[in-house]
Design a protein around this ligand. Structure first.
Ligand code: HPA
Length: 293
């Protein structure tokens, strides 16, 4: 065999093996959870920094630490909630992740997307994600909630890189209208009814962990972003591949103005996100009550 063909064959075998291992891990985790939960969840929730309380309305019937789920990535971060809960929210069977995996922690894109694959394997059809984000749009204030209408992936990573596993989805998923308009409308309606100040816009995902320089902030504003964060994108791409309906809600935790740069600390971000958690909980409860799932 020619060296190039031989190398390609080897690469093919290695990629195929990796793909199969990933599939098996997801199946093991999903099987374990389904046996514990009983009722298959229809809605998945992923909460961001300081937003654990946005799950306060969830009636939990089962909870487990990530480290006790077979195959789950092991959290390397101290103080990370790292718990999965299953139960009922707005009358729907849900599974919720308290704490997610981030690229900046050193997880690969596929590890970050792992919980979404587990949800897919369990039969989840709708994914609701929350995150803390820095506001870029001059109309935004800290404490606002932004309904994500679209995103820009500036992380340089993608969980679909590598051999495509057709069992999960197609090779080249379309990325138009990925944040389900009907869910965004429901979120808007819920905010009006509850008197919560919401904005709508484009979320830009960066890898982090360093925050943005003023020049980077100017750039990401210029290319069309309204809010910036270090999560969500990898999970959303996997969820699109899985054919899920998606709702993304950002708690605007700080404002980034390149002309008046001000230092931001994690403590400030967490505090502001915690303040938005009750509003998010109220909105998510109404949305889950009304959605078809
Ligand atoms: N930049 C990036 N990620 C963030 C920010 C920010 O300003 N705020 C919360 N997450």
């Amino acid at each position: 065999m020619q060296p190039v063909a031989c190398f390609q064959n080897r690469l093919e075998r290695i990629c195929g093996k990796k793909m199969e291992e990933y599939w098996q891990k997801v199946e093991a985790a999903a099987g374990f959870l389904l046996r514990k939960i009983g009722r298959p969840p229809k809605v998945g929730l992923m909460t961001g920094t300081g937003l654990g309380r946005s799950l306060s309305a969830l009636e939990t019937v089962f909870a487990v630490d990530y480290k006790d789920i077979p195959g789950f990535p092991v959290s390397t971060v101290t103080g990370h909630a790292g718990r999965l809960r299953a139960g009922s929210l707005g009358g729907k069977p849900v599974v919720a992740m308290e704490g997610r995996f981030h690229l900046y922690e050193g997880y690969s894109p596929k590890e970050v997307a792992f919980p979404v694959r587990v949800m897919q394997a369990m039969g989840v059809g709708t994914l609701i994600l929350t995150n803390a984000a820095g506001g870029l749009n001059p109309d935004f204030s800290a404490g606002d909630i932004m309904i994500i209408r679209d995103h820009i992936n500036l992380t340089g990573e993608n969980p679909l890189v590598g051999k495509n596993d057709d069992r999960w989805g197609i090779r080249f998923p379309d990325m138009t209208g990925i944040y389900t308009p009907a869910l965004a409308e429901m979120a808007l309606q819920a905010s009006v009814e509850k008197g919560i100040s919401v904005k709508e816009g484009v979320y830009i995902g960066v890898k982090g962990p360093s925050l943005e320089t003023p020049a980077e902030t100017r750039f990401i504003k210029m290319i069309g972003a309204d809010a910036v964060g270090m999560s969500t994108i990898q999970e959303v791409i996997a969820a699109v591949h899985a054919g899920m309906h998606i709702l993304g809600l950002s708690a605007i935790s700080n404002i980034n103005d390149p002309d008046r740069p001000a230092p931001v600390t994690l403590e400030e971000i967490v505090r502001a996100a915690e303040n938005a958690a009750d509003d998010l909980a109220a909105m998510i409860t109404v949305i889950t009550e009304r959605m078809d799932a």
